[in-house]
Design a binder for this molecule. Structure first.
Ligand SMILES: Nc1ncnc2c1ncn2[C@@H]1O[C@H](COP(=O)(O)OP(=O)(O)OP(=O)(O)O)[C@@H](O)[C@H]1O
Length: 397
């Protein structure tokens, strides 16, 4: 078996007693170490059943489930569950136990000594953003919903399990808290690199959290299993497309960054050396230019008209520039473009110096992306026919 495979579902089915049809039928799925796999699909399609078969809270009727190469049916169910973190929407904290005791439950079952359990609970509370000095002795009801969820995550991580199962872990929280918990968890995951199976009803959550997303149909039949990017760009069929819902194109923009698409170049006019700028702009057939300061920081968009009507007085001519950094998402870039009359967002480096522009045309190409369009990262495009900053002689800049 591939060494990086952490969870391997092989032809797994589940029949509940007394039911003729399986709720999960011949499900096969290979999950690599460190992936977050999100299961989405209509209510009742078997997401939770699939997930609970991995830690054998539900016994599979047939098929095999391997975790790190070991068939889970060969293990004692309780031992297995201690090796798999489990986070659920209802959190499931014991109400009469302190936060620290809740977090330390699995280590206690594993026979750790008291000092080690306490140290681990403090470490984990800290990790999930709760100050142990404040929270360790509180009861769950003395916490907000979001804080309870954090304790749930801390508890699931207590014995440092390689695999985590998360069933709508942030489902019960309000949108802002949910967003924060998602971001915190993604940051945590960058350090921890757990292998995670994650169930959600929220497709936006799926594309945000998932390394890959499995869109399931009836009986957990996999309709499509792919990265968020590919799923949004090319849904396998109309059911998947329907599931993705409206706004797939916009959602794609959340997944890509400014530095992953082609930038275009525009003429730059250094305010202290603006002679010759008009001729450059005329050659560019009415395109706009950017005024920049002596350090190449963008100031304003100027048009031929600005240059003609106020020659030599460019300091405050033209329209304000909206800038984005290369790490911004394309949705941020779109936002910046919409705020700019020229329909372009200016890309600046860390020091705020001009690096290129992203235009609506460029975004449209991403949205209607085909593989051969795959751009070179951040390479200015010369196709516009507009002289680039590099082409302007020092006098012209
Ligand atoms: N213990 C059980 N006994 C009999 N049927 C069950 C049992 N648990 C679940 N089911 C049925 O199995 C099917 C799959 O349920 P499951 O909870 O796995 O779906 P789900 O996709 O997670 O649903 P939801 O999105 O609504 O949470 C449903 O039709 C459900 O009614």
């Amino acid at each position: 078996m591939n060494r990086d495979v952490m969870i391997d579902l092989q032809q797994v089915s589940k029949f509940y007693r007394g039911q003729k049809a399986p709720v999960v039928e011949n499900m096969s799925m290979t999950i690599q170490q460190g992936e977050i796999i999100v299961l989405v699909g209509p209510s009742g399609c078997g997401k939770t059943t699939t997930m609970k078969m991995i830690n054998r809270l539900i016994e599979p009727s047939s098929g095999r489930i391997l975790i790190d190469g070991t068939d889970v049916t060969a293990l004692d169910g309780n031992d297995l569950r201690r090796q798999i973190g489990y986070v659920i929407q209802q959190v499931g904290l014991f109400p009469h136990m302190s936060v620290a005791t809740n977090v330390g439950l699995v280590p206690k079952m594993l026979g750790w000594d008291r000092k080690r359990i306490e140290a681990r609970a403090d470490e984990l509370l800290h990790l999930v953003g709760l100050d142990p000095a404040i929270y360790r002795n509180r009861l769950p009801r003395q916490l907000s919903g979001g804080q309870q969820q954090r304790v749930g995550v801390a508890r699931a991580l207590a014995a440092d399990p390689p695999v985590m199962l998360m069933d709508e872990p942030f489902g019960a929280t309000d949108p802002m808290t949910r967003d924060r918990l998602q971001n915190e968890f993604l940051r945590l995951q960058e350090q921890l690199r757990k292998t995670i199976v994650f169930v959600t009803h929220d497709f936006d959550e799926a594309i945000k959290m998932g390394t890959r997303i499995a869109v399931l149909g009836e009986r957990s039949k996999i309709r499509q299993f792919d990265t968020p990017e590919n799923l949004l760009a090319s849904p396998a069929d109309s059911t998947v497309a329907q599931f993705i819902g409206r706004g797939a194109r916009l959602k794609q923009l959340d997944l890509r960054r400014v530095d992953a698409i082609r930038w275009e170049d525009v003429p730059l006019i250094r305010l202290d050396k603006s002679n010759g700028a008009k001729r450059q702009l005329d050659q560019a057939e009415g395109s706009a230019a950017l005024t920049v300061d002596a350090d190449n920081r963008p100031l304003h968009w100027v048009s031929s008209h600005d240059l003609t009507s106020r020659p030599g007085v460019l300091d405050d001519a033209g329209q304000a520039v909206t800038t984005v950094e290369p790490e911004a998402t394309l949705r941020d870039a779109l936002d910046a473009m919409l705020a700019s009359r020229d329909g372009a967002a200016v890309v600046v480096d860390e020091q705020g110096r001009y690096a290129g522009t992203v235009t609506l045309d460029g975004l449209m190409q991403v949205i209607h992306h085909t593989p051969e369009d795959e751009p070179g990262s951040g390479v200015p495009d010369q196709r516009s026919g507009v002289a680039t900053a590099a082409e302007l002689t020092p006098e012209q800049r």
